[in-house]
Design a protein around this ligand. Structure first.
Ligand code: C5P
Length: 229
């Protein structure tokens, strides 16, 4: 199949603080978005890499030092919700790409081996995600009181990339739109069609940068990697 990846960077990332939108925040002197794009371009299986940014950030995007690679497309303009941004990215993909990966720029440390594994599973099964088993015991809480303890062995934390046959994902997105449903990831939309989503174990280092402490942790990991070289 012909694979493309949509790289979502149109959120504000308010929980990170500061004035810069999250995807343009710096980690070791380089923006999260530039890092994510470089990581994805290093996977030769993607024939098209589609960034999605906010209309307010086009100047910021133009100022990034990005690899010269004919697979890197002009950015699509994102929407108010993450799901709107995915739809904009999907609409920008040429018709020949029939396998679509969707990735959050905020997971800027994704490893090429994990990308290859989830793309292969997506092609084989129609829908696949990277996910990490949870380490903590999970409590379901209502109004500050525990209602139940979930079976930890059955719980995984969803990551990205999430990879789908394009026609299947387009159908899932259309159903979500007509139902007025907003998901927190893309697999959820496909699950609503009753389709099985295959889980590929991802690295714990593929965490999403959300809070200032996530950025601080990523900086420490980067420094440790540089010192180890
Ligand atoms: O806010 P959160 O970290 O969950 O966002 C996940 C990813 O989705 C981020 O990379 C963010 O830039 C992107 N996003 C988007 N358009 C939105 C909201 C979020 O592209 N409207």
């Amino acid at each position: 199949m012909n694979s493309a990846v949509i790289v979502l960077a149109a959120g504000r990332g308010e929980r990170l603080g500061g004035n810069t939108p999250k995807a343009f925040a710096h980690l070791g002197g380089k923006s999260l978005l530039a890092r994510a794009l470089e990581g994805l371009l290093s996977f030769p299986g993607f024939g098209w890499v589609q960034p999605v940014v906010s209309a307010d950030d086009l100047d910021r995007y133009a100022a990034l030092a990005l690899p010269r690679d004919r697979r890197l497309a002009e950015p699509a303009i994102g929407g108010a919700e993450r799901q709107d941004s995915v739809a904009a990215g999907l609409a920008a993909l040429p018709g020949e790409f029939d396998l679509v990966a969707i990735h959050d720029a905020a997971r800027c440390r994704v490893e090429p081996g994990d990308v290859a594994a989830v793309v292969q599973a997506g092609e084989e099964y129609g829908a696949a995600i990277l996910a990490a088993p949870v380490r903590d015991t999970l409590k379901q809480v209502d109004n500050g009181v525990v209602i139940s303890t979930l079976d930890r062995r059955a719980c995984w934390q969803a990551q990205t990339p999430q990879v789908f046959h394009r026609a299947l994902y387009a159908e899932a997105l259309e159903k979500a739109r007509s139902d007025g449903f907003l998901g927190t990831d893309d697999a959820q939309l496909v699950e609503r069609l009753g389709m099985g989503v295959h889980v590929v174990p991802g690295s714990p280092g593929n965490f999403k940068i959300t809070l200032p402490e996530d950025l601080a942790l990523a900086e420490r990991l980067l420094l440790a990697e540089e010192n180890a070289r």
